[in-house]
Unconditional design. Structure first.
Length: 400
């Protein structure tokens, strides 16, 4: 683009968007942004510019060759304030989902009206989120914290604690996501689903298609693919995959256990690719795949939870043999307690995750479905009042 086509005081920022290459022109003159074609791409590039954070920008999208403004039939003005609405949107600000401009910008500019059905589903999502947090996550947290505080736990007691943390971290994190999505829905915004029954995953790869979906897709698009993704040789592709998961571990904190956790998952995905290439696993029953993936995830959560490397090595060295009946009874007691608290999660997974897989739809006619959901809401509310943990804990992902 010729510099004399730019108004005085402007500077060019090349952006690939739409069907061709365009230039976003920035100037210190006003607060107007014109975005066309793939407006999300232009705004994303614009948001990264230093002037965007100062709020002193006037941007236009112009053709790189002619310098003329590119006006698409569906183009619309995007006010810079939109950027500042997206950044602090409070429901998902602290712990996600990690939203992108392409998903949120059209919602900011769309008209929003009161919708009774939308509010009903939003309040149900919020209520379910609070139940998962204060009844399931906080109660299992007590068990996990007490067991991980032991200096010399036995094999069954330790793995009962791992089971407790496995339930806790899912209930805790997905609870925040449900509350955030429900709150945003009350305001007329639809946030992406961040979890889809990850403990029903049938493989490590399937687990990451279901767990923290917004982070895993972000890592895929902005780390794995830019490194070369799968469009290269086996060795380089393996490096790209491993690097992506190690970085995802570092994203949780600069600690050796997070790096080990990321490397563990990267290794599992590489192993899965190798096994699949050999043709193994095709005849393994679905329930066996789910159980195996759940166990692998639980082992990973032990690495995630245990900050002391020496203690982690001690945990893995524990033997299930030559233990007293009392040791096994104690571990079984804690495991049964965790199972009791996680029963609502299991019921929810059965109706929302398993029955649809079997093509079974249990929805009732309109009034009956409304009555059923109202009754479930009352049960959840009473459960929050009567079964909530007396010891509350902060959301786990607030620390990341």
């Amino acid at each position: 683009m010729h510099r004399d086509l730019l108004p005085a005081g402007g500077q060019a920022l090349d952006v690939a968007c739409g069907s061709g290459r365009h230039t976003v022109w920035l100037a210190r003159h006003g607060l107007h942004v014109l975005a066309v074609d793939r407006q999300a791409d232009a705004i994303a590039a614009l948001s990264a510019h230093p002037l965007a954070h100062a709020g002193l920008i006037d941007a236009q999208v112009r053709d790189l060759e002619t310098g003329q403004r590119v006006i698409a039939p569906d183009a619309y003005d995007v006010v810079v304030g939109t950027h500042y609405l997206h950044r602090p949107l409070f429901p998902q600000l602290v712990a996600g989902p990690i939203e992108r401009a392409g998903h949120m910008l059209p919602q900011y500019h769309g008209k929003r009206f009161f919708d009774a059905e939308q509010w009903r589903s939003a309040l149900g999502l919020i209520l379910w989120g609070f139940f998962k947090k204060v009844v399931i996550a906080d109660n299992t947290a007590i068990i996990a914290n007490k067991i991980f505080a032991l200096s010399a736990p036995t094999f069954p007691v330790l793995w009962a604690g791992v089971l407790a943390f496995t339930v806790q971290i899912y209930a805790d994190f997905s609870a925040y996501t449900d509350i955030a999505r429900g709150t945003a829905r009350l305001l007329g915004f639809e946030l992406m689903r961040n979890f889809w029954h990850p403990y029903l995953a049938t493989s490590p790869a399937d687990f990451w298609r279901r767990w923290h979906i917004s982070l895993s897709t972000w890592m895929r698009d902005y780390i794995y693919i830019p490194l070369g993704g799968s469009r290269c040789g086996t060795a380089r592709n393996s490096f790209n995959l491993m690097a992506t998961f190690v970085i995802s571990g570092l994203w949780h904190g600069a600690s050796w256990n997070f790096i080990l956790w990321g490397a563990y998952w990267g290794s599992l995905l590489l192993l899965q690719r190798f096994v699949s290439a050999l043709g193994f696993g095709k005849r393994i029953p679905w329930i066996a795949k789910v159980a195996g993936t759940f166990i692998l995830a639980a082992v990973g959560w032990l690495m995630f939870r245990e900050r002391d490397f020496g203690q982690l090595m001690s945990d893995f060295s524990l033997s299930p043999f030559h233990l007293s009946k009392r040791d096994w009874a104690m571990g079984l007691y804690f495991a049964e307690l965790v199972a009791l608290y996680s029963l609502p999660l299991a019921i929810h997974m059965f109706f929302k995750g398993i029955l649809p897989r079997w093509k079974i739809d249990l929805r009732l006619p309109g009034p009956a479905q409304f009555a059923l959901e109202t009754a479930l809401g009352i049960v959840l509310f009473m459960g929050i009042l009567t079964l909530r943990s007396l010891t509350t804990s902060e959301f786990i992902y607030f620390q990341f």
